[in-house]
Write a protein that binds this ligand. Structure first.
Ligand code: 5CA
Length: 448
């Protein structure tokens, strides 16, 4: 992509309305613009990151055997009356009336819709277990939308729903999603710790929130520091198998959100030097709630012995748009964002320091062609801005690698390669920089 033809409205000054660094940086880097309170447009740069996060989530859901579908944003109130949640959900639900005076709503979650689809579609217990997911916009009329995309009113969520014949089987489905989540967040460069959590309006008896530690997190959390060191399941993990052991390794040590925190237990179970008390961002939340919806909505099948059995269910959410903010909270410095390669909007920024100089232009064109030809995503700054402005824009938008080409170096067939994270700069030959960048990007695309 040539920057001269792109749309990336950078703000030089920190916007006043933004309280936390990720919100400030997303506005400054031209990733999002607010359209109404808690409702954002995703500008081209931000949208590329959102899509990459979505794709990682999708790949790990698919690996774990979940099946993608797409449900509507607008739902019928009748379904929610069937489950008994229509009145309970309260003011967070955006209620809509159509021209025929029928009650609709903008879905804050989709237990009702999926339960009705699955109920009508399943014929035999032999079709179990199944896990269905979608990646769709949700709306919750939050009292205090804040921190940009972290607590929006409209936000992108991956929501998966498991259906099983028995409690035991549904715990296996839960463990499978638990393990998939560990990989999902690690691939974005995040350490997300599963913590015992409150189930709130979704309901159920077993629930974990996946929490990224960050000073600006909305919840207070408590955990054993060993949890920060455990390795996540490898890519070749057998997701068809029983992943209870993986889950138990993580839930063996103390980790709880504020609502579930038990100070006595924390002190008894965790040695003083291992106690982590911090703020955290909830990037995912999984629930096992048994037959709460299947019973209310009549989602049952005939078991092997002919008896009707209510389906055991769980639901599994990932805050995809929130993750964009969380990744920035976890990776930035005074100059701007520091993206991990796996979710960077572009993998390389190519800076031409003398646009219009024949030799410099042609070296840039050549590097651009070779890198893009190798499948690397390059943002080429071919604008006529000053060098200083170009450097600060590249640092602000946080692309992992910067290749800087100027007329002086070109004479000696030299360019500079800068690593955004370490700040390290190296002078290299044209050929050297191309092979080095291709190799580094390819290696770092898949973190685990
Ligand atoms: N039905 C269940 C699981 S599919 C559910 O709705 N769970 S949830 O309420 O915990 O939401 C799932 C995830 O969506 C949360 O972990 C969080 O990361 C994200 N999320 C929730 N509310 C918001 C919001 N207002 N803004 C941005 N992300 C949100």
């Amino acid at each position: 992509m040539h920057l001269s033809r792109y749309f990336m409205p950078i703000l030089r000054e920190p916007p006043k309305e933004a309280e936390i660094v990720s919100h400030q940086l997303m506005l400054r880097a031209g990733m999002i613009r607010q359209s109404a309170a808690g409702i954002y447009s995703w500008l081209p740069l931000g949208y590329r990151v959102l899509r990459k996060i979505e794709q990682i989530v999708r790949q790990e859901q698919d690996r774990a055997g979940a099946i993608e579908l797409l449900m509507p944003t607008i739902q019928s109130a009748d379904m929610w009356r069937e489950s008994g949640r229509y009145d309970d959900y309260g003011k967070e639900m955006l209620r809509i009336t159509d021209r025929h005076k029928r009650d609709l709503l903008f879905g804050p979650t989709a237990e009702e819709v999926i339960t009705s689809i699955f109920r009508d579609g399943i014929k035999s217990y032999k079709e179990l277990p199944r896990n269905l997911y979608n990646i769709q916009w949700k709306f919750r009329d939050e009292i205090r939308p804040r921190f940009g995309v972290m607590r929006g009113r409209e936000f992108l969520m991956k929501d998966a729903y498991s259906f099983d014949l028995s409690k035991e089987a549904s715990r296996l489905s839960y463990a499978r999603m638990f393990a998939a989540y560990l990989r999902t967040f690690a691939r974005m460069g995040l350490k997300a710790i599963p913590m015992a959590a409150d189930t709130g309006p979704i309901g159920g008896d077993l629930s974990h929130e996946f929490i990224v530690l960050a000073k600006t997190g909305e919840s207070q959390v408590f955990c054993h520091s060993d949890l920060l060191e455990i390795e996540v399941p490898a890519a070749n993990t057998n997701f068809q198998g029983d992943l209870t052991e993986v889950m138990e390794q993580w839930i063996g040590a103390y980790a709880a959100t504020e609502e579930m925190h038990d100070a006595k237990r924390f002190e008894a179970e965790v040695p003083k030097d291992k106690r982590v008390e911090a703020r955290g961002i909830e990037v995912g939340h999984i629930f096992h709630f048994g037959t709460k919806y299947s019973e209310a909505m009549g989602a049952r099948v005939q078991g092997p012995d002919g008896n009707l059995i209510n389906l055991e269910m769980g639901s599994y959410g990932v805050g995809i748009s929130r993750l964009v903010g969380a990744i920035i909270e976890a990776g930035h410095d005074d100059s701007g964002i520091i993206w991990p390669v796996s979710v960077a909007p572009f993998e390389v920024g190519l800076i031409n320091l003398r646009v219009g100089d024949g030799a410099t232009d042609s070296v840039c064109a050549d590097i651009y062609a070779k890198l893009t030809g190798a499948g690397i995503e390059v943002l080429y700054d071919d604008t006529d801005e000053r060098a200083g402005a170009k450097f600060s824009t590249m640092d602000l938008i946080g692309l992992p690698y910067q290749v800087v080409v100027g007329p002086k170096g070109v004479k000696d067939r030299q360019v500079e390669l800068k690593d955004r994270k370490s700040g390290e700069k190296q002078t290299m030959s044209f050929e050297g920089v191309i092979s080095r960048v291709i190799e580094d990007v390819q290696r770092n695309r898949i973190l685990v």
